[in-house]
Design a protein around this ligand. Structure first.
Ligand SMILES: NC(=O)c1ccc[n+]([C@@H]2O[C@H](COP(=O)([O-])OP(=O)(O)OC[C@H]3O[C@@H](n4cnc5c(N)ncnc54)[C@H](OP(=O)(O)O)[C@@H]3O)[C@@H](O)[C@H]2O)c1
Length: 315
């Protein structure tokens, strides 16, 4: 990912044991969850991950599985592992070049489609009314699914208005359960809201301890648009996994810096979608609902904000 060209993300293409524990943990962890964006719901079928209610009433898991950079067999195996471990939200995108493998993994998992929350994204090459409809159909075909739970405009480029109109129609036709955006800044969101008939349910943006997006956080909250964090670990850049503050907090709670990071997102009411190709990490990242960061922890993490992207090559 680090070698990606920001202006042409297309080049990136070339690129159960714990569910009981997590289920038990959620009944404790839910107590520490502020109702920041939508309302948090308990769902006994969610394998330990609480749901949030989006602005259109759709339930979405508060923690999902990212698939950027996963390809071929590794992708398929990791997604199967994630589903069998208890993840229900799977995040992919046309530009990741792995929708076919994600679709195979969904089939292989044997899970009822209705239990999953499948997200994909419209790439900039498919912007505009006609292209967006074609792009969406291609995504459905590759994923071997009849509908998407969430479809996002990946980046605010090209004919966003045309793309949004197409997505609104697909949403109204029941082919997508919720539509949203990604990488939109507040003025771009305001512009979309000026003509949208359907309000975006989500904005997926880079968010982690080093880039806390406090202004976007406030604006999204005001508009009741759910914030979703991509790169919740900043991909480990700038030493996030060994950061001294996160390490101290992790020791205090008997957790890892990855778990502290995910718990911090959760307590801010942000949906995180960490990615991993390692079984141990896939399980570790689920096990974040049995402890609570206190005010001192939250304040210490707040101080880590550099208010700067850790992915300048994409700007
Ligand atoms: N909308 C957008 O423009 C956009 C942009 C970027 C990403 N995304 C989405 O957001 C998802 C997450 O972002 P990301 O994949 O870029 O980065 P990330 O989740 O912040 O970091 C992934 C990295 O963290 C490592 N990792 C995971 N769990 C760990 C643990 N417990 N301990 C130590 N290392 C751990 C992984 O390595 P291992 O495999 O070794 O565990 C991998 O190298 C993506 O997969 C994608 O679905 C969206």
């Amino acid at each position: 990912m680090s070698s990606q060209n920001p202006k042409n993300e297309i080049s990136r293409r070339k690129f159960l044991q714990n569910s009981t524990l997590a289920t038990a943990g959620i009944y404790l962890g839910i107590l520490g969850m502020p109702k920041v964006f939508g309302s948090v719901l308990m769902d006994k079928d969610a394998k330990g991950i609480p749901d949030i209610k989006l602005n259109n009433g759709l339930k979405m898991p508060m923690l999902g599985f990212g698939t950027y950079g996963l390809s071929g067999e590794v992708c398929q195996k990791s997604v199967v592992e994630a589903i069998s471990s208890g993840y229900r939200l799977i995040d992919t995108a046309k530009v990741y070049g792995n929708e076919v493998e994600v679709g195979k993994a969904i089939k292989q998992s044997g899970i009822d489609r209705k239990q999953l929350f499948v997200t994909s994204k419209l790439w900039v090459d498919d912007a505009g009314y006609e292209n967006a409809k074609k792009g969406f159909e291609e995504t459905l075909r590759k994923l071997q699914v009849e509908y998407l739970d969430l479809y996002l405009i990946h980046r605010p480029r090209g004919d966003v208005k045309g793309s949004w109109k197409a997505m609104e129609e697909l949403y109204k036709a029941g082919k997508i359960k919720a539509i949203g955006i990604s990488n939109f800044d507040p003025p771009q969101l305001t512009d979309l809201l000026s003509y949208a008939q359907v309000k975006p349910a989500i904005n997926q943006i880079e968010t982690h301890a080093y880039f806390q997006q406090t202004n976007d956080y406030k604006v999204l909250k005001q508009h009741n648009v759910q914030m979703q964090a991509w790169a919740p670990f900043a991909e480990g850049r700038n030493g996030l996994f060994t950061n001294e503050t996160l390490t101290q907090i992790a020791k205090k709670h008997g957790k890892t810096t990855a778990q502290v990071s995910l718990r911090w997102h959760y307590q801010r009411g942000i949906v995180a979608i960490p990615r991993s190709s390692q079984k141990a990490h896939i399980l570790e990242n689920l096990n974040v609902f049995d402890f609570k960061l206190d005010d001192a922890d939250m304040k210490a993490i707040e101080k880590l904000d550099l208010n700067k992207t850790q992915f300048p090559e994409w700007s």
